[in-house]
Design a protein around this ligand. Structure first.
Ligand code: PEP
Ligand code: MG
Length: 584
């Protein structure tokens, strides 16, 4: 591996996806365009400067036209942007400023953008206010073209590299071509941000929340990602490269060893079979769940069909996707979660304009507000339910009326299918995610309308601590083993038991082997997680008895200090793994 003679730098971040890799850095998005310099353009060069602006506009125009050809559904929005490029107030004004003030194109563009957006933002009608966003969007594209920053399309990267970005959206990560991208690192993000979740499902090493990686790392710098420890080493010495080569081999051997037993049942020492299922984002990942020994899909996140495309997916498309997963998994269960849009996953073609998307029209709230979109999805799920073992799960439930309303719409969807003589499962189970504090506190009330609970600790932790799950600055508050979270899990499990319904965990907390004894002891009956974590969790379950786990959880519940809880969890994990290693 070719190396620059540079000093080795170690960056610490949040371990988001395990594994180790080394390779050349590929900067996806440097600083953006923040500082625009103003300079004088001499009279004889004015024409050239205006032409430079025109060429940049033309480039953006062509690019947008290509996008329309690929994404006919979002043609309307893109056409608005193309029209804006030719708008007199915008286009002519920039040329006029270049000429009259004898300034560079970037500065003229910045000035016109600022003036126009201020004007539109001050208008009453919301569609005019929205126009300000369009102007910013289009101006940014022209600016990048002027300065020579090309927007990288991740899908087209065809070199073996490591991506380095300020931030990557879940949709961008899902475009990664595994034969080329070895791993990725970002300045922003948190372990349970959806970006991290997609990375785990792709099984590539990722470290997030590095804060200033894009400032320190340059294109083609050699870097090592240690996704297990959350470290990135920039310009490693030969010695460091050798150390990590060895670490990588050790880690891969360990993974291979537990994977060999992945398909054996997870039977505890006292004979309980605990089901461990997979979480998937894309229908193709179902194979990975099977390969890793998952006995079903406990969480099928359905947002990606909505966020990666350029418009709402059709019922036919959704039906085909769901049917594919269900048929491959049959007879094992597939729990399809209804659209959990917004929060940190917004429609690509219609970005959220809410000030607080995580607290806004997200998930079931969005679906109840847009019944047509919801019914399209419900019809697709119901139609697919005829092909296997399907359950429906509602995200972000905070009130009983939300379940009742969702069921009414499900009923409407069912009725319309019946009228069309289309087959579907009549007694489909409808469960809810427990991921809002109100749902924990009123779990007894919600259980009257829900067939099962699945605890979504990613959001539960976010909402309990009021700490954005994707914000690296508050990631220290994101504490799964905090007594607040443990007590909430215990309460939910107790209510589920009392009401006679099942309770699973599908948040990332459940995929950490360190947490397994506590969660089992608190009463979790089923685990669902990213596929690559399944073998390790199953192995842990085989090494413990439910009784031992209960005693341990009861002891932990008495602790008030997180450090003490974490130490005890670590000790228990070591005991269980050591015992097993000496036995085998
Ligand atoms: C959760 O919130 O824990 C969860 C599993 O759902 P998501 O991560 O998709 O929000
Ligand atoms: Mg959630």
């Amino acid at each position: 591996m070719k190396q620059k003679q540079q000093k080795e730098i170690i960056l610490k971040g949040i371990p988001a996806s395990s594994g180790i890799c080394a390779g050349a850095a590929y900067i996806v998005d440097k600083e953006g365009v923040k500082v625009v310099k103003k300079y004088v353009v001499t009279e004889q060069n004015i024409k050239k400067e205006i032409n430079r602006f025109k060429t940049a506009v033309k480039k953006v125009q062509n690019n947008l036209k290509e996008i329309i050809e690929d994404n006919l559904e979002s043609a309307d929005i893109i056409e608005t942007h193309i029209a804006l490029l030719n708008d007199k107030e915008f286009y002519n004004k920039v040329a006029e400023i270049i000429e009259k003030k004898q300034v560079n194109a970037e500065w003229a563009l910045k000035k016109v953008t600022a003036d126009l957006t201020a004007k539109f933002k001050s208008m009453e009608a919301s569609y005019l206010k929205d126009r300000a966003e369009d102007i910013i969007h289009i101006s940014d594209k022209i600016m990048k073209s002027l300065i020579g920053i090309e927007t990288v399309n991740i899908k087209t990267i065809d070199k073996r590299v490591i991506l380095v970005a300020r931030d990557l959206s879940p949709a961008e990560v899902s475009q990664i071509q595994l034969e080329f991208i070895k791993g990725f690192i970002t300045d922003g993000g948190g372990k349970t941000s959806h970006t991290g979740i997609v990375a785990r499902n792709l099984q590539i090493p990722a470290v997030l929340g590095l804060k200033n990686a894009t400032r320190i790392i340059n294109n083609e710098d050699i870097i090592i990602i240690d996704g297990n420890e959350g470290q990135v080493i920039v310009s490693p010495s030969d010695n460091t490269l050798a150390v990590y080569e060895e670490k990588k081999e050790k880690y891969e051997n360990f993974k291979a060893a537990i994977s060999r037993k992945a398909k054996l049942p997870a039977q505890t020492k006292d004979g309980f079979i605990i089901h461990v299922l997979g979480n998937i984002e894309l229908s193709e990942e179902v194979v990975s769940v099977i390969d890793h020994g998952g006995s079903g899909i406990g969480l099928f996140r359905t947002e990606f069909e909505y966020i990666s495309g350029s418009g709402f997916p059709t019922e036919a498309r959704l039906f085909e996707k769901y049917k594919g997963v269900i048929e491959v998994m049959s007879p094992h269960p597939v729990t399809i979660r209804t659209l959990d849009i917004n929060g940190d996953k917004a429609f690509n073609f219609m970005p959220s304009k809410e000030a607080n998307p995580a607290l806004g029209l997200r998930a079931v709230r969005y679906c109840l507000a847009k019944p047509d979109i919801f019914i399209t999805q419900l019809r697709a799920i119901l139609r697919a339910s005829a092909f296997g073992n399907v359950k429906i799960m509602l995200p972000m439930i905070a009130n009983k009326f939300e379940i009742i309303k969702a069921k009414e719409l499900l009923y409407q969807a069912a009725l319309s299918l019946e009228k069309e003589n289309i087959d579907f499962k009549k007694d489909i189970e409808i469960g809810i995610m427990i991921e809002v504090p109100a749902a924990v506190i009123t779990a007894d009330l919600l259980a009257e309308e829900a067939d099962f609970f699945s605890i979504g600790t990613n959001d539960l932790i976010q909402y309990v601590f009021a700490a954005d799950r994707g914000n690296a600055e508050v990631s220290h508050l994101f504490e799964p083993l905090h007594p607040a979270i443990l007590r909430m899990i215990k309460h939910t499990c107790d209510i589920a038991e009392y009401k006679g319904i099942s309770v699973a965990i599908c948040g990332e907390m459940g995929s950490d082997p360190l947490n397994l004894p506590i969660l089992l002891g608190l009463g979790i009956k089923e685990f669902s997680m990213n596929p690559q974590s399944i073998p390790h969790i199953k192995e842990m379950l085989r090494n413990i008895s439910v009784e031992d786990a209960k005693n341990f959880a009861n002891k932990i519940l008495k602790y008030t200090d997180i450090t003490k809880i974490t130490e005890a969890a670590q000790k228990k994990y070591e005991q269980l793994t050591k015992k097993n290693n000496s036995a085998s």
